[in-house]
Design a protein around this ligand. Structure first.
Ligand code: ZN
Ligand code: ZN
Length: 359
């Protein structure tokens, strides 16, 4: 078995022992990949004290054998949930599971199939917790995914001009990300011009970019399952003083948050550092989301860099720093980078200029 998988399973088993459970049922795709290497889109993993079973259906027999050779393969005919439940029904064990990975409907089916003798223990975040601290090979992949995102950002910024449709720029982003060897986008890219840039999660539309307006571009690449995430904001034309001031505020807030990243600092402290700067500019009320999020197999992971979060950052965590200012009717500005927490500080994984570009 791959040494990293062996180590991860060892940690999961130690965590299971602490909670008094005999096994862990994993259905979230990111957790499943993390513990098995399997990438098929239908699968459930059962981690027991001395073995691992992968439940999937006939479409994935070859793939599962190939990607997860250490797992005992169980090909289920019919609904996967019923197959898993029936397998478990023969025992009296206590099985840990993550409620957030099950729909109410599937959970009911699973419980019914597993019968009344089995005991369940809700254990959300058990694997997600392990995933927050990345191994060097995971960091290398995110760094590479970050490099692709930076290249695409630079190229697409070069295409921003009055008259271009948001959707056309979004299509360029998706195409270029794949051409550079990534498997896809971490999320549907955000391209938002003018007043629409004031919507932090605007979807690209057929609206054409106008003269003298802000454009927010937020994109990410998935490389070998790992995500990157970067945002830049540009101005089409010459930016008025008010916009320059907002931009400066966001840039300073982002730098302040980046500079305080190190092991041992609370996630909420990083958020507060960004908010303090925006407050000084009288813009804190226009910063309507949290400062950042963990990044890895999923685009949004633990830790959350948000108000009041007490979780301490650890070396090996990868987070985004993305403060923003959004003024309804006028526009928004966000600057986002991916950062690795290192033993003595941090390392920037998305290296691309952040000064205001007037196009
Ligand atoms: Zn983003
Ligand atoms: Zn983000």
């Amino acid at each position: 078995m791959r040494a990293d998988l062996q180590e991860r399973l060892k940690q999961v088993r130690a965590a299971l022992a602490r909670t008094g459970s005999d096994a862990l049922l994993v259905s979230g795709p990111a957790d499943l990949f993390y513990l098995s290497g399997f990438t098929g889109d239908s699968g459930v993993l059962l981690v027991e004290s001395s073995r691992v079973a992968l439940f999937t259906d006939g479409r994935f027999t070859v793939q599962a054998r190939d990607e997860a050779p250490h797992a005992k393969l169980r090909i289920v005919r019919g609904p996967l949930t019923i197959g898993v439940g029936q397998y478990l029904s023969s025992s009296r064990r206590c099985v840990a599971y993550a409620p957030s990975q099950w729909s109410v409907a599937s959970w009911k089916v699973l419980r019914r199939a597993a019968g009344a003798r089995l005991r369940w223990r809700a254990a959300d975040g058990l694997v997600a917790g392990l995933r927050t601290v990345k191994a060097p090979v995971e960091v290398d992949t995110i760094r590479e995914a970050g490099g692709i995102a930076c290249e695409v950002m630079e190229e697409v910024i070069g295409m921003v001009r009055a008259g271009v449709m948001e959707l056309d720029l979004a299509a360029e982003i998706g195409y270029r990300i794949r051409r550079k060897g990534a498997s896809g986008e971490s999320f549907e890219a955000i391209v938002a011009g003018g007043p629409r840039s004031a919507l932090p999660h605007a979807r690209p539309t057929s609206r054409r970019i106008g003269k003298n307006e802000l454009v927010v571009l937020d994109l990410g690449a998935i490389l070998r399952r790992y995500c990157s995430d970067i945002t830049r904001t540009v101005f089409v034309g010459r930016a008025p003083t008010r916009i320059r001031r907002w931009y400066q505020a966001v840039q300073e807030a982002q730098a302040a948050a980046r500079e305080c990243i190190r092991p041992g600092i609370a996630a909420g402290e990083v958020d507060a550092a960004a908010r303090r700067v925006l407050d000084r500019y009288g813009l804190a009320r226009h910063f309507v989301h949290s400062t950042g999020h963990g990044l890895g197999l999923e685009i949004h992971e633990e830790p959350r860099l948000a108000r009041g979060q007490e979780r301490l950052l650890e070396a090996g965590m990868v987070v985004t720093i993305e403060p923003g200012v959004y003024v309804e009717g006028t526009g928004g500005i966000r600057i986002e980078d991916d950062i690795l927490v290192t033993a003595n500080g941090s390392e920037l994984l998305t290296r691309l200029g952040r000064d205001l570009l007037e196009l």
